[in-house]
Design a protein around this ligand. Structure first.
Ligand code: G3I
Length: 356
């Protein structure tokens, strides 16, 4: 099933493409589009690390362009929970204050994650009630602290195993149950902040239909048991050559529950490459893919467009360059290393500006 690309977005991405037809060694900046946050009624988000907020140029570009923040890692257990069981809130507080000062929403990320099995919990492994009490206390403490500041939370991040066939085996599921640890986390978060929108968030839901199906069966089970799940996050870390229509199909499926959809961590990689210069077509296809993803999101009912979040501000901020060093020259984002808008930004702005 292919996505209907509207005439407008075809023109939009064609305009953007001409700006980068000279190849991609250094992508030329384009005529700066209007600030993204002015183009849509729903938040345009960006992930952030607290240390970057102290760079005035970074802070000003972030606040000018985006209307929602996600802490890239400093609101996760790996930062907040110390090995002695104490909490560290300095940087999360700083991020929350920055969001408030710049009139930005705050999305909490992430309470429970298989990749954050903290020593303070490992010491309670198998201990039954002490483990369960600590689990509840952690969630109540973190969500409670940002009540009224964080509009939403990724309550459980990446619950589905990479093979897409089952839920992950992790410290949380072994101690509290495969589905139960997720339902409990949602209940504790709801108890701490009844107004927060509570998400499950996962990746490759557009790339792996079997993983999406397993994720959707989990959502069905949680909703059936009355768990306070109130949003669905699809990270959308994709490559420039993801098959046409894959994102639209995933969003249509995920939207079938009628819940708000957060396109929560978008970046579009130019792929593994060690070439001195990128083949020019990769950038053109990446720009067109940004327009396609924006169109797919705009095809959702307006009430289900929770937020559209990019996983990083400038290309030098991307996790992809540092992530085991596979993609040291990647340019997956909207702004170049000098903070100049790229054709990828223009493509998004043209779709949101026409359809927002
Ligand atoms: O900044 C500190 C540095 O001072 C310290 O010396 C160093 C070694 O401890 O750590 C540095 O912090 C690292 C941080 O990234 C900033 O680079 C953390 O250890 C590291 O764990 C953290 O990695 C983040 C990762 O999630 C794990 O939390 C990545 O930035 C972040 O992009 C990545 O984001 C995830 C989403 O949460 C879930 N979806 C996938 C996505 C990409 O993996």
């Amino acid at each position: 099933m292919t996505t209907k690309i509207t005439r407008r977005s075809a023109i939009a991405s064609a305009l953007a493409l001409t700006a980068c037809s000279q190849g991609a060694k250094s992508q030329p900046a384009v005529t700066p589009p209007p600030p993204l946050r002015t183009l849509t009624p729903f938040p345009i988000g960006c992930c952030v690390q607290e240390r970057w907020l102290h760079e005035p140029e970074y802070a000003d570009l972030l606040g000018e362009q985006f209307s929602q923040l996600t802490a890239e890692w400093e609101m996760k257990m790996e930062y907040i929970l110390r090995e002695d069981g104490g909490f560290k809130f300095d940087r999360p507080d700083s991020i929350a204050s920055f969001a408030k000062a710049r009139d930005m929403a705050l999305h909490g990320h992430a309470l429970i994650w298989y990749a954050n099995e903290n020593d303070a919990f490992k010491r309670l492994d198998g201990r039954g009630k002490p483990f369960a009490d600590a689990y509840r206390n952690y969630i109540l403490a973190v969500v409670g602290r940002y009540r009224g500041q964080a509009r939403s939370w990724d309550v459980v991040n990446e619950p589905i195993a990479d093979d897409g066939e089952r839920l992950r085996d992790c410290l949380w599921s072994r101690n509290l149950g495969v589905d139960d640890h997720i339902a409990l986390a949602l209940e504790h978060a709801h108890e701490a902040d009844p107004n927060a929108v509570l998400f499950l968030n996962d990746y490759h839901l557009e790339l792996k239909p079997n993983k999406r199906a397993t994720f959707m069966r989990l959502i069905e089970r949680l909703l059936k048991r009355g768990a306070p799940l109130s949003g669905i996050g699809t990270q959308t870390h994709i490559d420039y050559d993801l098959p046409q229509g894959a994102v639209a199909e995933a969003l249509r499926d995920l939207a079938s529950f009628g819940l708000p959809i957060h396109l929560s961590e978008l970046d579009i990689s130019l792929g593994d490459h060690y070439l001195p210069a990128l083949p020019g077509d990769r950038v053109k296809r990446q720009v067109a893919k940004y327009a396609e993803v924006a169109e797919a999101f705009m095809a959702l009912p307006a009430r289900q467009r929770f937020a559209f979040t990019i996983w990083g501000l400038r290309d030098d901020n991307t996790w992809l360059r540092g992530n085991s060093g596979q993609r040291p020259k990647d340019q997956p984002l909207l702004f170049d290393e000098a903070g100049k808008a790229k054709a990828t930004c223009r493509a998004l702005a043209d779709v949101f500006g026409q359809r927002g």
